[in-house]
Design a protein around this ligand. Structure first.
Ligand code: HEM
Length: 204
């Protein structure tokens, strides 16, 4: 009888498994779930951008701060997404909310926590490619007209994702950091879910 060697599961595979339920829950949120249909009310897109304005500001401030302090070997500056949201809000003439809901946000104090947050933020660019096509098709929004954030990395999306995966796999042999990454990714998905819930009910 020959025994197959047991391959250690990659950190990416563990992250995907650990957050699968939360990803599904997020996709089903009313501000996101209808995005790929023609009858999606455009007000929901405005609410979504306002929620994202808050989410990406908070998360990217922490990402940049931690990478600079820890000297992590990952260039996030070229990946910043908050300025793209600002660009869309400006184009659509939507003012940020004066009193944004203050929810407990994930904190980044370790490389594991950085990877957990980055996993969610970078992963969000994958589904965004599908959304970008629908925004253009059904609402005439594209990268120069209010759809810059969802256009994201455009043709560079898969390459950027693969580069990110290569970066996180350097951590696969550090169990403590992997545990923190899984925990942090779940907290980050939860943060998205809670923030979208808050913004669903705002009156524009
Ligand atoms: C309607 C909204 C969304 C749809 C339809 C969607 C769809 C998808 C699809 C199709 C993939 C796989 C892409 C590929 O393997 O190339 C994916 C991956 C992913 N998405 Fe989403 N997504 C949505 C929203 C989000 C949001 C809001 C986030 C995070 C804030 C997110 C986080 C992720 C992550 C982390 C992955 C990577 C999973 C892996 O490790 O393979 N998604 N999404």
């Amino acid at each position: 009888m020959s025994l197959k060697p047991i391959m250690p599961e990659s950190l990416r595979a563990k992250l995907r498994e650990a957050t699968h339920h939360q990803h599904t829950q997020l996709n089903n949120h009313p501000l996101l779930s209808g995005l790929m249909q023609a009858d999606y009310p455009i007000e929901n897109y405005y609410k979504l951008l306002l929620a994202y304005d808050r989410l990406y500001q908070v998360l990217e401030e922490q990402i940049i701060h931690f990478i600079a302090q820890y000297d992590a070997n990952f260039d996030y500056h070229s990946r910043l997404k908050w300025p793209l949201i600002k660009q869309d809000l400006g184009y659509l003439n939507i003012a940020p909310l004066q009193a944004a809901p203050s929810l407990k946000n994930p904190v980044i104090n370790s490389i594991g926590q950085l990877i957990g947050v980055l996993y969610v933020v970078e992963g969000s660019t994958l589904g965004a490619q599908l959304i970008a096509r629908s925004l253009e098709k059904h609402h005439g929004l594209n990268q120069t007209k209010g759809g810059r954030f969802f256009y994201g990395y455009g043709e560079e999306t898969q390459k950027n994702w693969q580069d990110f995966i290569s970066f996180i796999e350097t951590l696969s042999d550090q169990p403590e950091q992997c545990t923190q990454a899984l925990d942090s990714a779940n907290q980050t998905f939860n943060y998205f879910n809670l923030m979208l819930k808050e913004y669903l009910t705002i009156i524009l």
